[in-house]
Write a protein that binds this ligand. Structure first.
Ligand SMILES: Cc1cc2nc3c(=O)[nH]c(=O)nc-3n(C[C@H](O)[C@H](O)[C@H](O)COP(=O)(O)OP(=O)(O)OC[C@H]3O[C@@H](n4cnc5c(N)ncnc54)[C@H](O)[C@@H]3O)c2cc1C
Length: 271
């Protein structure tokens, strides 16, 4: 199928993009188009107007800040995977970005698109929750900042409001934590059936953030015993609290496996 007819605008500066979104309640942002175009082709989405932000160059940057790293909404997944600054300061994010779909999708798909689309099996929303990122949202009325965990409200649902554009992400960098990542997909490039990020603090505290299991990223703070059997048992207990979208027992088993693999990955980084 093909999409219904739509108007098309291609602003080159952020203020014009925000004005176009404010003027027309039926307008939708298009970035990489890797999720929106299939939805339009299936007529699951029927925007009256597309505001293409690909020429808004001020949204395309990766910068070191006092607290960590700032990423513009137009950063492509493959850039995130390859960028030297991200590799140095946030290696777990670079690794996770490399698992998003196939190369062709990663060279078009954007950070802002992935975070806003909020597919429950997406790596990057969970990465932002695990890394305690703050998302910057702008409209003609101003700018607000939302912690990633509060941005995700449920299946494909976020706190973004009409007329708002996700413009940037601010990620703190701390040497006091090490992070690991793992996911399981049937074939390379497929959406993950389950994935996890693990953060290990120097004082032994751990956090697991799952994706692909339930309707959105799920972070849990927990004690993770050093003993292998006890740790798997603890992860299995916590996995029971998750509410899988399908195949509950299978997804919970996968949740334990990916969390254990991410834990080992995090320990490896600390060494
Ligand atoms: C075959 C295939 C496999 C894939 N595999 C994976 C995978 O394994 N993991 C994964 O995470 N993703 C996967 N994807 C999706 C891919 O990552 C998309 O790039 C991403 O979900 C959307 O980013 P985009 O820039 O293409 O957004 P678009 O498709 O342009 O937009 C998606 C939505 O976000 C909105 N939007 C876009 N940018 C902004 C912004 N800055 N502010 C506000 N709203 C905005 C749009 O209005 C739309 O509602 C896959 C896609 C395909 C086609």
């Amino acid at each position: 199928m093909k999409p219904v007819a739509f108007a098309y605008e291609r602003p080159t500066v952020l203020t014009d993009a925000l004005r176009l979104l404010a003027e027309d309640g039926d307008a939708k942002v298009i970035a990489g188009g890797q999720s929106l175009i299939p939805m339009m082709n299936f007529r699951l989405s029927r925007p009256a107007k597309l505001v293409d932000i690909n020429q808004v160059k001020e949204l395309s940057y990766i910068r070191k800040t006092d607290a960590g790293v700032a990423l513009g909404a137009l950063v492509r997944h493959q850039e995130l995977h390859e960028d030297p600054l991200v590799r140095e300061l946030l290696p777990v994010l670079a690794d996770a970005a490399g698992e998003v779909g196939h190369w062709a999708i990663r060279t078009r798909g954007t950070l802002g698109g992935s975070l806003t689309h909020a597919d429950p099996a997406s790596e990057l929303p969970a990465a932002m929750v695990a890394l305690r990122a703050e998302l910057e949202l702008q409209s003609v009325d101003g700018t607000r900042t939302v912690p990633a965990e509060e941005f995700y409200l449920g299946l494909l649902t976020t706190d973004i409001q009409p007329g708002e554009l996700l413009t940037a992400v601010h990620i703190p960098v701390s040497s006091a934590k090490s992070y690991g990542f793992a996911e399981f997909a049937r074939r390379p490039g497929d959406f993950a059936l389950a994935g996890a990020f693990v953060a290990l603090a120097e004082n032994g505290a751990a956090e697991v953030t799952w994706f692909g299991v339930s309707g959105g990223p799920e972070r849990r703070e927990l004690d993770l015993p050093a003993d292998d059997t006890a740790r798997r048992q603890r992860l299995a207990e916590v996995a029971q609290e998750l509410d899988p979208l399908s195949e509950p027992e299978y997804r919970r088993q996968l949740a334990v496996e990916v969390a254990e693999a991410a834990y080992q990955n995090a320990r490896g980084r600390r060494a």
